[in-house]
Design a protein around this ligand. Structure first.
Ligand SMILES: Cc1cc2nc3c(=O)[nH]c(=O)nc-3n(C[C@H](O)[C@H](O)[C@H](O)COP(=O)(O)OP(=O)(O)OC[C@H]3O[C@@H](n4cnc5c(N)ncnc54)[C@H](O)[C@@H]3O)c2cc1C
Length: 518
């Protein structure tokens, strides 16, 4: 017999060996010996009160053994001589599109402008230390896409769009910890992601798919409203049956190419702002109600904040407890910040994007001349502004949080995890008012919601501009572009995903659609 239960365990009890068996037996009024196993289905932390509790959802196996294998099987076929599907981009969307093609008996040919994870590291070092951005290999471009040197948080709100569990199980199949299957806020960590991504590539190659690095797609050949071929930067042409376009939201040249070819695009609303960085200890003490260090059983604390200011949401985005702020620019001449954390989340800082919703139809009239690319141009300008304010390198402009809100330049800044360094700059007056003004009000409100958040020990760092795509590449019901049969806009770049899991799910859907429509 299997019984599902909710159990609550205090921090003191958590340390006790076999506590879940003891609690389950007592709850069910049975002898502990009758329980063969207690399998954790979900684990979360309830830190609303001073006495912090762990909430468990468990399956109790009474006089019965739990199954040894997962319900999810990945039946990869030899596709070496199967019909081809071309996939542009090897981020989460492209990787999961390729894996799905193999399951369905089709050969994925993946074309990725960046390098494999190993070689990509050198270019990340160059950004951090020499302030040089390789425009094809950086925190956004290369094997695994923006997902590899990302934070690896696996939350998604797209529960209705597909089988989220399937993606999680597949990540575990490729080497991620099975803890992600139970944690309420699953996280892999930037140190573990490269191995998972490499394993995914190896599966693709083992079953006969192809992955080509440093292979940039620069043009599409469309004849009679159907995609027929693609051109590579090295001059080669490839004939194609179907193309999954999974190039992410930082591939501005792809949007520009489509626009130049008169292939329909739409402007899309998005969000922009800054990244705020606190000592992790401050966030821990607020969230866990503790004076000093957090309890060793507790992970670095996170937060999620939202406030409405003048009809626009101001909210925390991609919060990274125990993490680092990284330079996520994809070209020289721009500064873009983002965040990541290692699996242990043991760095001394907590950072989060704090961003403002931008209604692309109402908020940036000055950019209307750019048509569907107006959001993109606005984004570019803000990144250039950050580059100039930081001193024309990857040094980012920053201000103490209290100085930003109260409108004065900071004489000095707090320590930071951002490797290229910070320069004091008057972000409060540099940012467009519709962003800066709302952020200042939002931060003040967050200080009311989280006592201690509003502090001069935090820095505000600019700019957090790549939250989601400012452009949507339309698709019709069969997921193909309405004007180009066989071209499947996919993942975050198409405007169909907002993170690793939703991008992976969209990759699977596009692969299924491309195959069905062949
Ligand atoms: C620092 C950082 C931290 C993040 N943290 C998280 C997190 O914790 N959780 C989360 O869910 N999300 C996070 N994200 C966002 C997440 O990484 C993206 O949502 C996700 O990677 C989008 O997947 P995608 O496959 O659609 O596109 P991408 O991952 O952007 O992949 C697109 C790929 O296409 C390639 N490409 C582009 N143009 C071409 C071309 N012309 N020819 C060939 N290849 C091309 C690029 O090189 C890239 O590899 C983070 C992002 C960053 C940068």
């Amino acid at each position: 017999m299997i019984k599902e239960l909710q159990l609550r365990v205090s921090i003191r009890e958590e340390k006790k060996e076999g506590i879940l068996d003891i609690k389950a037996a007592s709850f069910l009024g049975i002898d502990k010996k009758e329980i063969n196993a207690v399998k954790i289905l979900r684990k979360s932390i309830d830190a609303r009160k001073k006495l912090i509790m762990f909430n468990y959802k468990v399956a109790v196996y009474i006089q019965e053994l739990p199954p040894e294998t997962s319900d999810y099987k990945f039946d990869y076929k030899d596709v070496s001589s199967a019909k081809e599907i071309h996939i542009i981009g090897f981020g989460p969307a492209g990787m999961y599109a390729a894996l799905r093609c193999i399951e369905l008996g089709y050969k994925p040919i993946v074309l990725e402008r960046g390098k494999d994870v190993q070689n990509r590291r050198r270019d990340l070092k160059a950004i951090n230390q020499d302030h040089f951005v390789n425009e094809d290999s950086n925190y956004c471009f290369g094997e695994g896409g923006a997902g590899t040197y990302s934070d690896g948080k696996l939350y998604t709100r797209s529960l209705k769009r597909g089988d989220v569990r399937r993606i999680f199980e597949n990540l575990v199949y490729h080497g991620a910890t099975d803890q992600i299957l139970v944690d309420a806020h699953p996280h892999i960590g930037t140190n573990k992601l490269p191995k998972v991504v490499t394993n995914i590539r190896e599966t693709i190659l083992k079953y006969g798919g192809e992955v080509h690095f440093e292979t940039k797609v620069v043009d599409f050949v469309v004849i009679d409203k159907k995609i027929k071929a693609i051109h590579l930067k090295n001059g080669a042409e490839m004939t194609v049956n179907a193309v999954i376009l999974a190039t992410g939201h930082s591939a501005r040249d792809v949007y520009e190419l489509l626009h130049d070819k008169n292939i329909a695009l739409k402007a899309k609303s998005f969000a922009m702002g800054v990244r705020v960085e606190h000592p992790q200890q401050i966030i821990d003490s607020i969230q866990y109600h503790c004076q000093d260090e957090r309890n060793e059983l507790l992970p670095a604390a996170a937060y999620s904040l939202v406030h409405q200011v003048k009809d626009r949401g101001v909210y925390s985005f991609c919060m990274c407890p125990g993490g680092f702020i990284v330079p996520a620019a994809t070209a020289n001449g721009e500064v873009v910040v983002n965040g990541m954390s290692p699996s242990k989340r043991n760095n001394e800082f907590a950072n989060s994007g704090i961003v403002v919703e931008i209604d692309v139809e109402k908020d940036i009239p000055k950019y209307n001349d750019f048509g569907v690319l107006k959001g993109l141009e606005f984004q570019k300008d803000l990144e250039k502004l950050a580059f100039n304010a930081g001193g024309r390198s990857q040094v980012a402009p920053a201000q103490r949080l209290t100085d930003f809100v109260e409108g004065r330049l900071s004489n000095d800044l707090n320590p930071t995890s951002y490797q290229p360094g910070l320069k004091s700059a008057p972000l409060h007056s540099l940012l467009p008012k519709m962003i800066g003004g709302r952020l200042r009000k939002g931060f003040a409100a967050f200080g009311q919601k989280m006592n201690g958040f509003y502090t001069d020990q935090a820095n505000v760092i600019g700019v957090e501009s790549r939250t989601s795509s400012p452009v949507n590449i339309p698709r019709k019901e069969n997921l193909s572009h309405p004007e180009v049969e066989g071209l499947y806009p996919c993942g975050e770049g198409g405007g169909y995903a907002g993170g690793i899991i939703s991008a992976a799910m969209d990759g699977e859907r596009c692969a299924e659609a491309a195959i069905e429509n062949l």
